[in-house]
Unconditional design. Structure first.
Length: 126
């Protein structure tokens, strides 16, 4: 995978475009930190969207997966300082990593689903 740093001034547009193009794709959401270890917050749920609110009073990124009343996970990343996108060798296997000022990293992995896996499918054209 090739990793690309997304400059802060591009976050709003990047997340808007990325969310529009990846809505409903199956993801795993993990939080990594030296004091908390590796914690999985969501597994095999559809992406609802990612947004950035960079006003001084907010300064956060919001990731929403699930999108149903019975399964809805929202992760707020306060004080984000870096955003990377890992571009895939295989379509559907990209990842987004966000590091906050406190050193905690949030990792959103998109999982390529083979055609024979019928439980969840990526949107056509993936």
């Amino acid at each position: 995978m090739q990793t690309r740093d997304i400059p802060r001034e591009q976050w709003l547009r990047f997340f808007d475009d990325f969310s529009r193009n990846h809505e409903g794709w199956i993801v795993t959401l993990e939080v990594l930190g030296s004091d908390i270890g590796d914690q999985e917050e969501a597994d095999r749920l559809p992406l609802v969207g990612i947004s950035a609110d960079l006003k001084a009073s907010e300064n956060r990124i919001e990731i929403i997966v699930g999108g149903r009343p019975d399964v809805d996970v929202t992760r707020f990343i306060n004080g984000p300082k870096h955003v990377w996108v890992k571009e895939p060798r295989i379509p559907g296997d990209e990842a987004i990593e966000v590091e906050s000022e406190d050193g905690i990293k949030t990792l959103l992995n998109f999982r390529h689903v083979r055609p024979e896996e019928t439980e969840r499918q990526l949107p056509t054209g993936a």
